[in-house]
Design a protein around this ligand. Structure first.
Ligand code: ATP
Ligand code: MG
Length: 340
């Protein structure tokens, strides 16, 4: 029964998607954006209306060389053309109803994300140093998405795009076993693809659409890491804009998938030392502010005292910046050390 309504939903979503594709507006359709401004925007990695809709007026003013007032108008126009913003109450309620959540395995961590964990129709980005727990959170989510809804799952399958060769079937089995689930069954519900370069990573998204259209109940997509290939392939200073543009386009494709198929998307992001920063934590997420604006939830992960981990929520549009402690145990992400 559930499968049938899912299929219908997907069909509708797909036809919506096709319609959108036909009449996608261009940057120059915006009032006040001529070819010269459009060229400036494109060289900064902003090539479509969605990028404009999610940028801040001051950032836009800076890259486009226009006044903040003009920038604000352009952003408003982009949002209007994309039909972002207001929908009528029933439509809004319907959209919210279909949102599902996946528990991280830690109540504290879930609370940080608003109470129920990672949310569908949005991107959750975790950035942090080596060994901070980014992959472990992903592996735990890949298991937990399979739980029934009452237990904090989405009763669905997972796609895991592995760019670094760090996916470990044995670790999935361990987490599943600790949960009391069948390790083999859990592993079978995770579709793993190794992405060999950024183009391959991009291409894999088409494959995911296909699988969903064929009826696979995929509810979670993990990309670990989102940025590693992009960083490795665009190394020179002069290539920064190209990298940003490609990454930006990719993130919008992710958002579109998340929205179209009601998926939760979890991505990891490396950090690099930022020598310009004198105070605080000297690390900055790769991809800079464009990745930041597109992610609905950004988490900064780091090692804490006594083997703990700290997750800090940053720049959330609807939740306060906050942080919490969690642990990584044999059972995956947990609240306390004793749960081993
Ligand atoms: N079975 C396990 N039991 C307990 N802790 C584990 C287990 N497996 C991994 N860990 C912990 O997770 C850490 C690795 O974290 P993880 O691989 O998620 O880091 P990461 O943030 O993805 O790093 P990178 O940037 O290198 O990909 C290990 O150092 C260890 O502390
Ligand atoms: Mg990792």
């Amino acid at each position: 029964m559930a499968a049938k309504s899912d299929a219908k939903e997907i069909k509708e979503a797909v036809s919506d998607e096709n319609e959108q594709e036909k009449k996608e507006p261009k940057l120059t359709d915006l009032p006040g954006v001529g070819p010269a401004v459009a060229a400036k925007l494109e060289s900064a990695g902003i090539y479509d209306l969605m990028s404009i809709a999610v940028i801040t007026p001051s950032d836009l003013a800076e890259v486009a060389g226009v006044s903040p007032a003009v920038a604000r108008k352009v952003i408003q126009a982009a949002r209007k053309m994309l039909d972002l913003g207001f929908v009528d109450g029933t439509e809004y309620a319907k959209k919210r109803e279909s949102i599902h959540y996946i528990t991280t395995g830690s109540k504290n961590f879930d609370a940080l994300l608003g109470g129920r964990g990672v949310e569908s129709r949005s991107i959750t980005e975790a950035f942090g140093a080596y060994g901070s727990g980014k992959t472990q959170v992903g592996l735990t989510l890949a298991v937990n998405v399979q739980l029934p809804i009452e237990q904090g799952g989405a009763n669905g399958k997972c796609v895991f795009i592995d760019t670094e060769g760090t996916f470990r079937p044995s670790r999935i089995k361990q987490i599943a076993e600790k949960l009391g689930a069948s390790p083999e069954k859990v592993l079978k519900n995770i579709f793993v693809a190794r992405a060999f370069n950024s183009d391959h990573q991009i291409l894999l998204l088409d494959k995911i659409s296909e699988m969903i259209k064929e009826g696979e109940p995929i509810k979670l997509m993990i990309i670990d890491s989102l940025t590693a290939h992009f960083r490795a392939e665009f190394t020179g200073r002069g290539q920064l804009a190209d990298r940003q543009q490609k990454l930006n386009r990719y993130i919008h494709q992710l958002m579109k998938l998340a929205e179209t198929y009601n998926l939760a998307v979890y991505v990891t992001n490396q950090v690099m030392a930022n020598p310009a920063q004198m105070f605080g934590d000297p690390t900055t997420a790769i991809g800079g502010h464009i990745v930041g604006h597109a992610s609905t939830y950004r988490l900064y992960l780091r090692r804490g005292k006594g083997g703990s981990r700290v997750a800090k929520l940053i720049d959330s549009p609807n939740l306060p910046d906050n942080e919490t402690i969690f642990f990584v145990s044999e059972a995956g992400v947990v609240d306390g050390k004793e749960e081993e």
